[in-house]
Design a protein around this ligand. Structure first.
Ligand code: SDX
Length: 428
């Protein structure tokens, strides 16, 4: 017997079906509500509204659980690699050795980007934020691969677009960084693994040899795994809704980059470090900044704290916090802002304002500490988030297309002027 919810409006009662997911999450299906009652629901920020059913990532915000295709983030971060996790998210299964090798080869052969992209880069002033450059470069792939414009082409052709994007994003990201600092771009070195190739493109200079430090490459690989997907967050919802109009994968991901850039979302990792540096510059008085974070009249927020879903510890923050200690110790780096971060966390976790609002460190609170330790500049932090989140965006876009979901078009409640006659200019 199907479970239903009853909604009483006036003297009428409407029965709405309740659906249940594989982790016993329940939802009221309101897809027939307007047809039956003439009413819609409204939910600013979609805090209580599901946009889709998905088999990719499971979050439990109260228990601090995060799983990709059923595998726990703790196990994947510890035992897997970013390319394996990318395959898992996009195709649904961990690859065996043969499949992984073929996947890796497919991606490696597409790491080069068209030389004309240098002309596009030259159009950007050298201090351009890399996120704006990256969004443009991803969008430019529609020009170099016009066949990608049609998302309804064969599975093989869509798969080629997917692998091209996974392969080229690190190259474009590194070129955006080199453009920002006015250095010559490095070409990919396909002898290297995914993360080592990126690091070499980022940091190699013509005047010296560059050897990738395996500690740095491993730390980066773990960080990318931790950022790879996160169900229907702001940027993923953006990728899905742009893709729902049958816009191409590249155009959908370019839009997702724009959404991730915001300081309330992926841009928070850059904002956290800038906040910690400001606190250090201001004498390290964490109590003063905690008071500012709680002051409703002060726009200051404790960046890297709070989350729409996690009302307990973000499991990624737990892993990253430990990794920060390990990586800095392995690299012999002593970063005073790590101590400031830990001091803020200690105070926040014992402060009624944060406890009542269930505000815990999120994925962005400690990630920047590791990025700094491995030499990634602050302006590139959200680009790193983009590289990590790409397989998740691709998986979610692909699922939406395979499920033939309708174009996303929310309703609204109009609160403007009622009908009024036009007034001629000389009468206004
Ligand atoms: C990411 O959705 C995802 O999954 C995102 C992400 C992913 O992997 O894709 O996890 C990545 O975006 C992580 C979040 C990074 N953003 C930040 O660290 C920015 C700081 N955090 C906040 O701006 C905020 O916590 C959000 C945006 C993350 C969540 O905002 P919500 O769910 O809309 O909550 P809210 O703004 O309504 O806050 C509820 C209360 C408010 O106080 P009251 O009005 O109830 O008195 O908590 C307060 C807020 O003022 N609050 C904070 C705070 N975050 C929320 N107060 C001080 N400092 C903060 N950081």
């Amino acid at each position: 017997m199907e479970e239903t919810a009853q909604l009483k409006i006036g003297d009428k009662v409407y029965e709405l079906p309740i659906i249940e997911g594989t982790e016993n999450e329940k939802a009221i299906d309101i897809s027939a509500l307007r047809g039956q009652s003439g009413l819609i629901t409204i939910d600013p920020g979609y805090k209580n509204t599901g946009s889709t059913k998905s088999a990719i990532t499971f979050l439990d915000g109260e228990k601090g659980i995060l799983r990709y295709r059923g595998y726990s983030i703790e196990e994947l971060a510890e035992k897997s690699t970013f390319l394996e996790v990318s395959h898992l998210l996009i195709y649904g299964e961990l690859p065996n050795a043969e499949t992984l090798n073929s996947f890796r080869k497919d991606i490696t052969q597409h790491t080069l980007i068209h030389e004309d992209i240098k002309n596009i880069l030259e159009g950007f002033p050298s201090n351009s934020h890399p996120m704006g450059v990256l969004s443009s470069l991803v969008s430019s792939l529609t020009a170099f691969y016009p066949e990608s414009l049609d998302p309804n082409r064969s599975v093989a052709e869509v798969d080629l677009s997917i692998k091209r994007l996974l392969a080229k994003l690190p190259t474009m990201a590194a070129w955006a960084y080199k453009n920002e600092i006015g250095h010559p771009a490095n070409y990919p070195d396909n002898r290297l693994d995914y993360c080592s190739n990126f690091l070499k493109m980022m940091f190699a200079v013509p005047s010296a040899d560059y050897e990738v430090d395996p500690v740095v490459a491993n730390a980066l690989d773990k960080l990318l795994i931790l950022h790879a997907d996160h169900e229907q967050n702001c940027s993923t919802s953006t990728v899905r809704i742009v893709g729902s109009s049958h816009s191409s994968l590249y155009a959908s991901v370019a839009a997702g980059i724009g959404a991730l850039w915001g300081p309330l979302h992926g841009g928070a990792n850059q904002a956290v470090i800038e906040m910690l540096q400001n606190i250090k510059k201001d004498g390290g008085d964490v109590k003063k900044y905690m008071a500012k974070a709680k002051d409703k009249n002060d726009p200051f927020r404790l960046m890297g704290f709070g989350h729409r879903v996690y009302k307990n510890f973000d499991p990624r923050a737990t892993i990253i916090k430990k990794a920060a200690d390990d990586v800095l110790a392995q690299l012999g780096v002593n970063d005073p802002i790590l101590e400031i971060a830990k001091g803020l966390e200690e105070i926040a976790l014992n402060d009624p304002y944060f406890i009542e609002r269930k505000l815990y460190p999120n994925v962005d609170f400690y990630s920047g500490i590791i990025y700094r330790a491995i030499g990634i500049p602050t302006s590139m932090f959200t680009v790193m988030f983009t590289i990590g989140r790409l397989p998740g965006w691709i998986a979610q876009w692909k699922e939406m297309r395979e499920n033939k979901e309708p174009i996303g078009r929310p309703r609204q409640v109009y609160t403007g002027m009622n009908l009024r006659p036009f007034v001629a200019l000389d009468k206004r």
